[in-house]
Design a binder for this molecule. Sequence first.
Ligand SMILES: [Zn+2]
Length: 268
Amino acid sequence: MPELPEVEVLRRKLKRLLEGSKIEEVKIYDDSRLKGVRAELIVGDTVLDVGRRGKHLYLELSSGSKLVFHLRLKGKLVYGLDSGDLKNPWIEIKFDTGNSLFFGDPRRMATLDLVKDLSEIKAIANMGPEPLNEDFSFDFFKEGLSKSSKTVKAILMDQSFIAGIGNVYADEILFRAGIHPERKAKTLSPSELERLYLSVKDVLKEALNHKGMSEYTSLFSDDEEVGGFDKFIKVHGRQGEPCPRCGAKIVRIEVGGRGTYFCPNCQV
Ligand SMILES: [Zn+2]
């Protein structure tokens, strides 16, 4: 699943490709996961900017509307003359550049909404702060965790508390902080809280520096500008491999129904 770093990388690439482009034609092939999107409402609009909120990506249009994409697990955006490796796209948005933006999801979980205001999307209206913005302060973080009865892993992934962290980055953040994913958030000591807070920022910044993970950051089939953070992943998906810090075997458990990877020696 693309998380904050991958969606941010896609945003930057799409901004470069689409800013100032005009929508010439829209073909809708399957509208079952589309909400409020009709060709006549967006044809003729120009893309003023490309934004991101949490894991949502949106095109700001000259009419004042926003086209909001949520990729979920396997949703995909492809930019080019054809939809490439995206089979059965749901929508094709053709620009005056001659290229089109295709969107779809073989798992049928992704969504596309046309809204006037982002707050019309409930998940965005209820979303917590962006972890790389200034309003995500240590005091805010400490207070949220000390009141929560959730596990640390669950609260890191709770979009209404912090935006943009999913299953992969939650595991990496907890590994960096040396905290067991099943710990109750309110049992963290002041120094653990501080370590975890810094780990949230450091892991996400590092992932962004490496442009996220390759699988989720391509926009066309021969796109060479894809992320390389995959090889810096320390624990997620590495069950049975040695911990890069202590050499103990990384284990996999389920926390809240999600596959969770950690080092049983370093993370307490
Ligand atoms: Zn270890």
